[in-house]
Design a protein around this ligand. Structure first.
Ligand code: BES
Ligand code: MG
Ligand code: ZN
Length: 495
């Protein structure tokens, strides 16, 4: 749980007070804390350099059990994400010491040229996200997350930001929900089961849902989704999650509808054009877009978001078998366009286009955003921490990149050159699902999607890099990162 705390720091009873300290500069303004830091700086090996740390036990005239001073380096390099990382790392370190409750000391916002809600929000986020442990499949649980993290700040700020901790907690819980789904092994989340798991979580909130099963996918002519799912014993689904605050009321005139589409491949073996075996285990994460979209909708419902948002989530398992779709096969998509299968491993774009055409027809969205672990090429282009944003709508791409900046889920706008569409030509069908060259693979994938969107305002976010991390980061463990939830929530809140 997250809490805000203010008053006299030395009178607080806590297992550990954590104080961030800058090299040379003072970033706190509470005299009691400044004098504690002065003592810490007397220790030779503690200079406030990044990752320096020193612990004082049972400091005199206080109820504090310990004080952990943590160096965060040069003041000029401290931004919101540096505070998230500080909070996350501190929490991880103190979990190992088997503590259950800590207090983080917030720096003074003016001294870091930051707004107080941004500063406190970053500390809360880093702490809450860093406190998550995925150990469901371990018999012996090595560590327990902390029960409570408080952030200590000036009483005026604490009073005006009373609601902040619970809001941050709600949003970050969405990220954790997505993380757990992504980290879950594929044998426990085959399409039907994964859909039921998303529905179960959504039902607890104010969301309506519907599921298209194999039969209704056939009736609707969703040939692309069906083609990808053909090789698997567990058949594909299309899940619709609908958050509509005007459900039982008269909607205002200018109400907008946003659609989010998320790629849900519960395991991507590549199908008949099988992937190399090295790292294939990580393809359990190929449903990260679906996880982030579902978790975003659940979060929006909890936040009582102001306009309608619909999640359209195709869920399939991409497997080779006697029933699997072959390279060279020609399929008919929901839109009516035919597609030649150049490679069965380019499956994400196939399930997305059926979902997107359906979403456009059924919900006539003002804006549609899809999120997908779509291409290895995007990881080659931008690395493992930055997502690619593709849109012909410059403003839309700009807004997404700006939200990414605000929540530290970094995005980079990529080009959509018209002339590259020629690379997707098929001799026999309307389009090929694979480009004739492997160069620019993230771009040609996005261009493929664009062929099915027409004039809807739309952006595609390729999260193949940041959705999953083998090692984890300062406020994320190994496995799913939950990337996209905080991004989409911030983006929609600013619309
Ligand atoms: N799921 C993969 C993309 C991926 C790669 C996600 C690495 C996360 C990490 C996608 O379905 C895929 O296989 N894409 C192919 C496309 C190619 C066959 C045109 C790729 O990127 O190699
Ligand atoms: Mg693939
Ligand atoms: Zn895939």
């Amino acid at each position: 749980m997250l809490k805000l705390l203010s008053g006299e720091i030395l009178k607080k009873k806590t297992e550990c007070l954590v104080v961030p300290v800058c090299e040379n500069t003072e970033i706190h303004d509470d005299p009691a804390i400044i004098s504690l830091i002065e003592n810490a700086r007397k220790i030779k090996e503690f200079k406030g350099k990044k990752d320096d740390s020193v612990v004082f036990y049972d400091p005199a005239d206080s109820k504090l059990e310990r004080i952990l001073f943590v160096g965060i380096g040069n003041r000029d390099k401290i931004d919101a994400d540096a505070l998230r990382r500080f909070a996350g790392k501190s929490v991880k370190q103190l979990i190992k010491k088997e503590l259950s409750e800590i207090v983080l000391c917030a720096p003074c916002p003016e001294k870091l040229d930051m707004k107080d809600d941004v500063l406190l929000g970053a500390l809360f986020e880093g702490a809450f996200l860093g406190n998550h442990i995925f150990d469901k499949y371990k018999k012996e649980k090595k560590a327990k997350p902390l029960k409570t993290v408080s952030v200590f700040t000036d009483s005026k700020i604490a009073k005006s930001r009373r609601l902040l901790p619970s809001k941050i907690e709600t949003i970050c819980k969405g990220t954790l929900l997505a993380r757990d789904w992504v980290s879950m092994p594929s044998n426990e989340k085959r399409p039907d089961r994964f859909v039921r798991s998303m529905v179960k979580a959504a039902e607890k909130e104010d969301l309506s849902f519907s599921i298209l099963d194999e039969k209704s996918l056939k009736q609707n002519g969703m040939g692309a989704i069906l083609a990808v799912g053909a090789g698997s014993r567990s058949k594909p689904r299309l899940l619709i999650l609908d958050y509509n605050p005007f459900k039982n009321k008269k909607a205002p005139q200018n109400k907008k509808t946003y659609v989010l589409v998320g790629k849900g491949v519960t395991f991507d073996s590549g199908g008949i054009s099988l992937k190399p075996s090295a790292g294939m285990d990580e393809m359990k994460m190929d449903m990260s877009g679906a996880a982030s979209v579902a978790a975003t909708l659940i979060t929006l419902a909890r936040l009582k978001h102001k306009f309608r948002v619909v999640g359209v989530i195709p869920v399939v398992e991409n497997m080779p078998s006697g029933d699997a779709t072959r390279p060279g096969d020609i399929i008919k998509s929901y839109s009516g366009k035919t597609i030649e299968i150049g490679n069965t491993d380019a499956e994400g774009r196939l399930i997305l286009i059926d979902a997107m055409s359906y979403a456009i027809k059924m919900f006539k969205p003002d804006v549609m955003v899809d999120m997908a672990t779509l291409t290895g090429a995007c990881v080659v282009a931008l690395g493992e921490k930055i997502a690619g944003v593709f849109s012909t709508d410059k403003q839309l791409a700009k807004d997404i990149v700006a939200s990414g900046e605000a929540v530290a889920e970094r995005c980079w706008a990529m080009p959509m050159p018209d002339d590259y569409k020629a690379l997707l030509k098929s001799e026999f069908a309307d389009i090929n699902n694979m480009s004739s060259t492997r160069y620019g693979g993230a771009i040609t994938a996005a261009l493929f999607l664009s062929e099915f969107v027409e004039d809807t305002r739309w952006a595609h976010i390729d999260i193949a890099g940041p959705a999953y991390s083998k090692k984890g980061g300062d406020y994320c463990g190994a496995g799913g990162s939950g990337f996209g939830v905080r991004l989409l929530v911030d983006f929609l809140n600013k619309m």
